[in-house]
Design a protein around this ligand. Structure first.
Ligand code: SAM
Length: 219
């Protein structure tokens, strides 16, 4: 399949993308290396290949998007992942973010609400060599049966911080989640510093598709 070739041209475009993302403030060498390594063009249909290395979100069908590379890098950097950390990703989507998490050394559990996207991504990712643990369901409730987690990343915009996600963090672990209205959300990092103390940091605004489900927006 021509599309699954990773040529020097693709690698050159990735280098350019990495430069762009670094200029926007991403510093963590592990995150930079992961963006340099994962072939983002594998996640695009042939007719849209020219958009694969733009620093932009892009539609992936089912009304959903593959997140902007800068956003993926920013959220990953905030998690401060150590090799072997167990990370829960809510919103598998295309699987690109899950690949980046695997590349930085995490053990990844990823949950997707949309059945078609779940099926498509759970079939596709192993074909290109990436094997997170896939689940289909409402990630706004977390995934308690596999917790607690060193980190939880939410890749859809939430109306509020879902309490079950805080409950499923290990002490020392962080939840990275965009919270706001349907159009604009503020990136939050909530760190569980002790069993009953959370430290919250706020970052810039982003624009994600809505988090659905019990602790998300009504469908
Ligand atoms: N991380 C993805 C990637 O790398 O392509 C981008 C995710 S896209 C911006 C948001 C995803 O969250 C969509 O695939 C959507 O179906 C999913 N989603 C929305 N609500 C959800 C929920 N309650 N549980 C799990 N996934 C959810």
């Amino acid at each position: 399949m021509e599309k699954l070739e990773d040529s020097y041209l693709h690698r050159g475009k990735r280098k350019q993308l990495v430069r762009e993302v670094s200029e926007k403030g991403i510093k963590d060498p592990k995150v930079i290396a992961a963006i340099s390594k994962v072939p983002r063009h594998y996640f695009f249909d042939d007719i849209f290949l020219q958009h694969a290395y733009e620093d932009k979100a892009f539609p992936i069908g089912e009304g959903q998007t593959i997140s902007q590379p800068y956003t993926v890098a920013f959220q990953t950097e905030l998690l401060r992942i150590n090799p072997g950390d167990k990370i829960l990703e809510i919103g598998t989507g295309s699987g690109y973010q899950a690949c980046i998490l695997l590349e930085v050394g995490a053990i990844v559990h990823t949950i997707e609400y949309n059945k078609k996207l779940y099926q498509k991504t759970a079939t596709f990712l192993p074909k290109i060599g990436y094997r997170p643990h896939f689940y289909r369901g409402d990630g706004s409730r977390g995934l308690p049966e596999h917790g607690p987690y060193h980190g939880i990343i939410v890749t859809a915009g939430a109306p509020t911080v879902p309490n079950p996600l805080i409950a499923q963090l290990k002490v020392g672990g962080s939840l990275v989640i965009p919270v706001g209205n349907a159009r604009k959300q503020k990136m939050l990092k909530l760190t569980k510093v002790s069993t009953n103390k959370i430290v919250k940091k706020e970052y810039n605004h982003f624009s994600f598709v809505p988090l659905l489900g019990e602790n998300g927006w009504n469908e």
